[in-house]
Design a protein. Structure first.
Length: 343
């Protein structure tokens, strides 16, 4: 149920007791959010040819040495704000001032299935592509659309010095950068600075994300990765948030020239202390919480999961990307607290 990323000042958020019936009766399943589709899928046809040996992958290399920066979009086929930004960079003919820039359109098969009539159905074809990133799965004989594509783009991932994985959100929440569990990921996320909310975590029980891949997750590795959650899936603001973060990353790495910028708010860093995974199909939140919402009081009831109550384990507990309709075995919410400077 939970995975600690640091010391937690209270007991587990999962409590089993015989509660008062009216207090904990779970509400009906949360309806899916009504998502206005302000953006349309980009035309990626110019980039799907075999430009560099892998369809849907574009490389540009500068004469001067520098880091290999990889930007990945469409790990989930219905999250195409990142693909719009990569398509924009390609059409602008952006070229790195140093090093190497790789732009990866990942799950093209899922993206091709997108339809406005059922926009959530094209997240993946056979399995979540952001849960397969371990050597055991990638080297196994098992086949799926997503595993096969992950293996195809693996040569790019295995040469990345810095990687940003571009995502968006189904449920409402504040944009944020997930830094994974390493200090290198946290430093990278903080240096990007936009969006300013940075969350360190250990991923999902169901499997490792791309940013959890061993190349980036090894604490002694010189390589770094982060995951951008830029806002609602199909909102115009999400595209601009993604564009701003991508260009900030490229400037930070020296691939784009620095530009005078207005002062921005300092990054706020939080650490996930608990990952709450739905243990039963009857998991229900007591109300539709928002991502980034801070629950001030310790012990506040968040959800009911069969016989278990989920309560905040400490005061000022931030809810990271609550999934208001989790299936059994899926992450329902991550609980985070402010990371204070080390002495």
């Amino acid at each position: 149920m939970s995975c600690g990323t640091g010391s937690r000042p209270a007991s587990s958020p999962r409590v089993r007791r015989r509660p008062k019936f009216l207090e904990t009766l779970p509400p009906a399943p949360q309806a899916l959010p009504i998502c206005t589709q302000e953006i349309t899928p980009p035309d990626l046809s110019p980039w799907l040819a075999d430009h560099c040996g892998i369809p849907g992958v574009m490389h540009h290399e500068a004469p001067r040495p520098g880091p290999h920066v990889v930007l990945t979009a469409l790990i989930h086929g219905n999250e195409f704000a990142g693909a719009i930004v990569l398509d924009r960079l390609l059409r602008e003919q952006v070229r790195p001032a140093c090093g190497r820039l790789s732009l990866v359109f990942a799950n093209l098969a899922a993206f091709a299935r997108f339809t406005p009539d059922n926009p959530v159905a094209s997240r993946f074809v056979e399995e979540d592509m952001n849960r397969v990133w371990n050597r055991q799965s990638l080297s196994s004989p098992r086949r799926s659309t997503e595993l096969d594509r992950a293996r195809a783009i693996l040569p790019v991932i295995d040469t990345a010095d810095i990687l940003m994985d571009l995502h968006s959100m189904l449920w409402p929440g504040a944009p944020l950068i997930l830094a994974g569990a390493t200090e290198s990921g946290r430093r990278l996320s903080t240096m990007i600075g936009d969006p300013p909310l940075v969350v360190s975590d250990h991923g999902h029980q169901a499997g490792p994300r791309l940013i959890d891949y061993a190349r980036f997750a090894d604490p002694d590795s010189p390589y770094a990765a982060c995951l951008l959650e830029a806002g609602a899936h199909w909102a115009a603001d999400t595209v601009e948030t993604t564009d701003s973060a991508v260009r900030a990353l490229l400037r930070h790495c020296g691939l784009l020239p620095a530009v005078p910028e207005s002062p921005v708010a300092a990054s706020r860093h939080l650490v996930v202390t608990d990952i709450v995974t739905a243990q039963t199909p009857s998991f229900r939140f007591v109300r539709p919480f928002l991502g980034g919402e801070i629950i001030r009081r310790q012990g506040t009831l968040l959800a009911q999961d069969g016989p278990d109550e989920i309560r905040t384990p400490y005061p000022d507990c931030m809810l990271v990307m609550p999934n208001l309709r989790p299936g059994r075995g899926q992450t329902a919410v991550r609980l985070a607290q402010t990371s204070y400077p080390r002495p």
